[in-house]
Ligand binder design. Structure first.
Ligand code: ADP
Ligand code: ASP
Ligand code: MG
Length: 417
């Protein structure tokens, strides 16, 4: 029986017809390796942003089901165009939309979760030696069959889910960098490519801001042990010839670095609630209503109280800031505070590494490196394998570069002009 490979092409990899043709050539090459191929595509670079803008302009208090009806279309265009390019190369291929399969999701429009992938139509195409091309990012609601989308960057998750449903040998994610790096290679030129990375570390990377893979795609891959490979669509190799970064189980052969990499997220806003009563139950009064409103809270710090009063600071995603303030103001009588201060000019910088589990002093070293550059730390959080700090966003590049160098991650063989 033929094995199956899933190939996913992100926005820059299908940015125009020329790039789409190049993607088609790569797919044709992989087909030559006697594999069944399912391709998952993103919208052409910039298209989803444009569609979101249209929706905002039409009605910024939009109905999320209609938002999905609009923003899901970008991927469908690419799926059709790529299929046409494959035909031109003499390949048998057809596009299959999310509703054709169907790929079922929850009813949470704009941020739906995949619940089931029906592979019957894909199998039928494979039986007829056809390549299938599927738009990522979309599915249909398991409540009313309307089109849903999976949250920004969701095509990665579509690809991994389809690979799992097809019991594929691997899910290759083609993007504009040739792997996962020790930090964003666009910020640190001396960033090093990581040849192989554990799911757990990749999960931290993704959730702490490295957008190279959507967090949920890594969660899914880890839960079902699906190997994922990140590689470049811009170089001439295909995934079966030359490895990019392999994301898989932690393995004794992996290089055991103390710190594997540095991530940053600019999607943070800081909220400080001033002059709160320092009494039992006050945190529940704050975070209960925020949770009820679906607002994610990330870092939290409470000051030492004086005279029974205290300040509490936490972060939320930038897009939730206004709603969070609204919720707090609405509950002011119950929570009892003097005022609120907000700051959107902040960035969360994190160091990540499974090696931290068995070493001490990593956080202290991080704080020292930042102090030496005169960078003030506003909030700190830690887990077993990461340390995150919140700092002023003006210092993003300086902090990322200094930590990258300080933890010995620079590739000193790279010449930086
Ligand atoms: P696609 O459109 O293919 O989905 P994305 O823009 O979502 O691509 O993700 C690729 C980008 O992720 C790269 O261009 C790079 O700037 C960024 N990135 C951030 N952190 C990292 C990292 N640690 N390793 C590789 N790329 C990273
Ligand atoms: N096109 C969608 C986005 O830009 C999904 C994706 O590319 O993964 O968010
Ligand atoms: Mg992406």
């Amino acid at each position: 029986m033929k094995q199956t490979l899933v190939m996913k092409f992100g926005g820059t990899s299908v940015a125009d017809i020329d790039r789409i043709r190049k993607a088609a050539e790569k797919i044709k090459q992989e087909c030559g390796n006697s594999l069944n191929i399912a391709v998952v595509v993103s919208a052409m670079s910039g298209v989803t942003n444009q569609l979101v803008d249209y929706v905002d302009n039409a009605n910024n208090m939009y109905d999320t089901a209609e938002y999905d009806a609009v923003v899901s279309t970008g991927e469908m265009v690419t799926a059709g165009l790529l299929t046409l390019c494959l035909h031109r190369l003499g390949c048998k291929a057809r596009s299959l939309m999310g509703y054709d399969l169907p790929l079922k999701t929850t009813n949470a429009h704009a941020n739906a979760r995949i619940t089931a992938v029906n592979t019957d139509m894909i199998q039928e195409c494979f039986d007829n030696n056809k390549i299938v091309v599927i738009p990522g990012f979309q599915g249909t609601s398991d409540v009313d069959n309307r089109i849903t989308t999976l949250g920004r960057g969701g095509s990665d998750t579509s690809a991994v889910a389809i690979a799992i449903a097809l019991n594929a040998i691997r899910c290759d994610i083609y993007t504009d960098v040739n792997g996962v790096y020790t930090t964003d290679p666009r910020i640190v030129q001396k960033a090093r490519k990581i040849p192989i990375i554990a799911y757990e570390e990749m999960l931290e990377y993704a959730s702490l801001g490295a957008k190279v893979l959507q967090t949920r795609s890594v969660e899914l891959a880890m839960a079902y042990q699906m190997p994922v490979q990140v590689l470049s669509s811009l170089d001439k190799f295909i995934g079966s010839q030359k490895p990019g970064t392999i994301v898989c189980n932690e393995d004794t052969n992996m290089e055991q670095q103390l710190v594997t990499g540095v991530a940053y997220s600019k999607d943070e806003a800081k909220i400080s609630i001033l002059n709160l009563d320092d009494t039992p139950g006050v945190s529940a009064k704050i975070f209960g209503p925020l949770a009820d409103a679906g607002i994610n809270v990330d870092m939290i710090v409470q000051n030492i109280s004086s005279d029974g009063k205290t300040n509490l600071t936490f972060t939320t995603p930038k897009r939730d800031l206004d709603r969070a303030i609204h919720v707090l103001d609405k509950n002011k009588e119950i929570i009892q505070f003097a005022g609120i201060k907000t700051d959107s000019e902040v960035v969360k910088i994190s160091i990540i590494g499974v090696g931290m589990r068995s070493h001490t002093g990593v956080a202290a070293k991080m704080f020292r490196i930042l102090a030496d550059k005169n960078i003030n730390i506003q909030v700190i959080t830690t887990s077993e394998i990461k340390v995150s700090v919140l700092i002023a966003s003006d210092y993003t590049e300086l902090a990322v570069r200094s930590l990258h160098t300080g933890f010995g991650l620079d590739d000193n063989n790279k010449i930086v002009l």
